[in-house]
Design a protein around this ligand. Structure first.
Ligand SMILES: [Zn+2]
Ligand SMILES: [Zn+2]
Length: 158
């Protein structure tokens, strides 16, 4: 028997990630193309990957590596080409269609803050709720700046 027990190597530090072990994945869709998806041995390694990839908003997800059998099945699947977003839903900077559900807070920093202060975990929908609050506040601030005839949103608009 000479089957590999290693599923992937950590995309950052190259440490081996065995089958059926815990690993962290990046939530950004381009980092999750099935066979070539990024995998990290720790949150730290995922953190290190964000600046490299220039993610503006990202979330790490704790996942379980597939078993050797499951992975073999994935590799055996016919190539489905690119996992592309439906047309018209691509994330582009379109002023007419703002990314109205994008996460606006730095997930790793908020999580660290909450953990440091309380030892608690932070669920993903916390980030969504906070992002909504930020969007609302920003929208109001934009209105104020506009009323003032300014083209810059300032602290005092909040
Ligand atoms: Zn690593
Ligand atoms: Zn990523």
């Amino acid at each position: 028997m000479n089957e590999p027990s290693v599923w992937k190597k950590c995309s950052t530090c190259k440490k081996e990630i065995p089958f059926r072990s815990k690993y962290w994945a990046c939530n950004v869709s381009t980092c999750n193309v099935k066979r070539k998806s990024f995998a990290f041995c720790s949150v730290e390694c995922w953190d290190a990957h964000i600046p490299v990839m220039n993610h503006r908003s990202a979330w790490s997800e704790e996942k379980m590596a597939p078993s050797r059998e499951e992975w073999a099945r994935v590799l055996a699947e016919p190539t489905e080409g690119k996992v592309s977003l439906p047309k018209g839903e691509r994330k582009m900077e379109q002023p007419s269609a703002p990314n109205s559900d994008e996460i606006l807070v730095v997930a790793s920093k908020l999580k660290a803050y909450i953990r440091d202060r309380s030892g608690m975990n932070t669920s993903k929908d916390t980030l969504e709720a906070l992002s909504d609050m930020i969007r609302n506040a920003a929208d109001n601030a934009i209105d104020k700046a506009r009323t003032d005839g300014r083209k810059t949103v300032m602290a005092r608009d909040f």
